[in-house]
Ligand binder design. Structure first.
Ligand SMILES: [Zn+2]
Length: 500
């Protein structure tokens, strides 16, 4: 996941803070935390006893879907194949194409109507990535010291033999701003912003991430503007296992593109300590390549509606992943819990009145090119989209449903949340953003939704080599599948479409 919109706004703020101009079309107001309905609102909603959008027969179908999702191993088996057999699915890679073909075949096997919709995607490949201290206070003569790092997505390369430069460390934009004009010139600048572990521990991993990711995104621009020859950022993540976290970075027109890497939290601390004692020199080698853009696809699979086949409910996750791990929590899990929705409809012989459209989005991590292509290709059908769901915050226990759109959606969904109460997923939380790939639909007024996933641990592994199949708790994965299936059915079979 990237949550680019919020992150772009923060980058704009960061550029503003460092003396740059706001990016065109960007607001200076970051989105606030999700607003939780007051106790009074929730009590009112529960007591209202208004007309439900679903009959008791339909509620029974939701219960059936929930129960079946909890016991079925389809999502887990599909995830095992995507991660262990196919592996990392970086945009433009052969594995991404293999995943497209595999998921399309699986959906065809269920009897869904499958279309591959073209998207042109970036094709960046990682090369050698190596950091070593070559000079520092107290150095044992003749030795070097390893720095654990990984190139940021989209980074340009150093010369093949690497570059050597002194390291300057700042904790934030303000410290950069306070440096003497030439302090960073010809040097490697490290942004040492610490991930807010306490915020993540309280359950708000997403905002802890957004607080740090702005340095990953805007760091190269700010560093190059200050004259740096390369930039390092402290990994945006919560665990202390000396794991570097990759992720997309940004360059700006008119500002030099400099090599960019994430160092582990431990190595950021090391550099901070040593630079406080005297000059520190680092040798940095990064040899990524940006190849010509590649042709790729979103996988679309329609479970056709019986009454209004033209009306669509999107249920989705993104199929591409970073390359360090195998993309289990980000976002193989989102893809397979969405696949599970169609699988359960088939298994239970359920044919809602509207079309349930599974979408496996391509290239969310590197710019959401798949989602952008969808918005162009389906521009004339947006009003027929009655709802959109995306799961892209891992696979831990879902506490309920995020919704974006009309305020009354919360009350409208009460009967659905009562069905999900049995698996502890009964909360309904209003939010401005539900998922990066469905942000375009949300902006056009399509009611959109996401599971409220427990994000306390997600950012420990996010975008690292440790994002692997073993991180998936099968019970939690199935709870997410239940939320996706029940909600998708509810949206596709309600008497009237969801309020918009
Ligand atoms: Zn993701």
């Amino acid at each position: 996941m990237e949550f680019r919109k919020r992150y772009k706004e923060l980058i704009a703020l960061a550029l503003f803070a460092t003396g740059g101009a706001l990016l065109p079309g960007q607001s200076a107001q970051p989105s606030g935390p999700p607003s939780v309905p007051s106790i009074k609102d929730r009590l009112d909603a529960m007591m209202a006893g208004g007309k439900s959008a679903w009959t008791s027969e339909q509620i029974k179908t939701m219960e059936h879907l929930r129960t079946q999702a909890i016991s079925d191993t389809y999502a887990l088996d599909e995830l095992r194949h995507l991660t262990d057999n196919i592996g990392p699915r970086l945009s433009g890679s052969p594995q991404a194409q293999q995943a497209v073909d595999y998921v399309a075949a699986e959906m065809r096997a269920l009897g869904a109507e499958v279309t591959l919709e073209k998207a042109t995607v970036p094709h960046w490949v990682r090369g050698v990535e190596k950091g070593e201290l070559i000079s520092w206070a107290g150095q044992t003569p003749g030795t070097t010291q390893k720095v654990v790092l990984t190139a940021l997505g989209g980074s340009v390369a150093t010369p093949p033999e690497g570059l050597s430069a002194e390291v300057v460390v700042v904790d934030n934009w303000e410290q950069l701003h306070a440096l003497a004009p030439d302090a960073v010139k010809g040097k490697i600048l490290l942004f040492n912003h610490k991930f807010d572990k306490e915020l993540a521990a309280q359950g708000d991993g997403l905002n802890a991430y957004v607080g740090g990711v702005v340095y990953r995104g805007a760091g190269p621009i700010a560093a190059a503007a200050a004259g740096a020859v390369a930039v390092l950022v402290r990994s945006v993540g919560g665990a202390d296992f000396r794991l570097p976290h990759t992720g997309m970075t940004q360059y700006a027109p008119g500002v030099a593109k400099i090599p960019a890497a994430a160092v582990t939290a431990e190595d950021a601390d090391l550099l901070k300590d040593l630079t406080s004692q005297g000059p520190v020199k680092l040798h940095l080698t990064l040899t990524p390549q940006t190849l010509p853009d590649a042709q790729s696809y979103n996988v679309i699979a329609d479970w056709k509606g019986t009454e209004h086949p033209e009306q669509v409910v999107v249920v989705s996750g993104h199929l591409d992943s970073w390359d360090l791990g195998t993309g289990a929590i980000d976002d193989g899990a989102g893809v397979v819990v969405s696949m599970q929705t169609l699988h359960l409809l088939k298994e239970l012989g359920i044919h809602p009145r509207r079309t349930v459209r599974f979408v496996a989005w391509m290239s969310e991590e590197e710019g959401s090119e798949g989602a952008a292509a969808y918005m162009v290709d389906h521009n004339n059908e947006i009003s027929n989209h009655v709802g959109a769901i995306e799961s892209d915050l891992g696979a831990d226990h879902p506490a309920g449903i995020y919704y974006a759109g009309k305020g009354e959606l919360g009350q409208w969904l009460r009967p659905v949340s009562q069905v999900l109460d049995a698996i502890g997923a009964e909360t309904l939380v209003s939010t401005p953003e539900t998922g990066e790939d469905i942000a375009g639909l949300t902006a056009k007024g399509v009611p959109s939704f996401a599971p409220v996933q427990d994000s306390r641990f997600y950012f420990n592994y996010h975008h690292t080599a440790a994002d692997t199949f073993d991180k998936i708790d099968p019970k939690h994965l199935n709870e997410n599948a239940a939320v996706m299936a029940v909600l998708a059915y509810a949206l596709a079979d309600s008497q009237e479409p969801a309020p918009r």
